[in-house]
Design a protein around this ligand. Sequence first.
Ligand code: SF4
Length: 222
Amino acid sequence: MDIISKKLKESKKEKQIRIKKIMEKLEEIFTLRVFEDRNPYRVLIRTILSQRTRDENTDKASSMLFSKYKTMEEIATAPTEGIEKLVKVAGFFRVKARRIQEVSQLLIDEYGGIVPNNFKELMELPGVGRKTANCVLVYAFQIPAIPVDTHVHRITNLWGLVNTKTPEETELELAKFIPKDLWIDLNDLMVQFGQQICKPNHMLCEKCPITEYCDYFSNLQD
Ligand code: SF4
């Protein structure tokens, strides 16, 4: 991201105030969602399915998969081609089907069929990176974490709250100043904001409720 922040010298305290104001605005507009009834296994599989695809495709793939196979054991032992067909709409379906079965088998073999509720063990599962692990912590366990997807990475750079190149860098920078009590809601609010207002390649700045907190917007006015 090459947006030059006017607020490079903004203190940690000032950034905290800005993100709090932003979150308050976003909370007024968007309703927080509950995915897969917060079932940890389903949230994990859903998050693997969501990699590199749109939300509507994730919804379809997840619903088709879990309407046919109800449990971890059924998914681990199902014919791979059958899983591939069910999740095809989510893209990269061969890789995703294989990962879903691998992770299911590993959970059965090593974790007694229980999805771990800590970052370290989640990261040891096949197909699970930082974003997926953090999504499981937040969306399944309601444990504070900052899942940084493309929306969170792109928009926090537009705001000028961070000046980073990768989602991982963004996560580490955000964690330095965002108060922990905001972490759980951050991803969901920002994803909805990114899908509906600050869209990739088509930001609806004229409809945006937080222009006063956005460096990109204030740079446009100069
Ligand atoms: S003002 Fe524009 S660029 Fe800034 S957050 Fe709003 S929509 Fe995104």
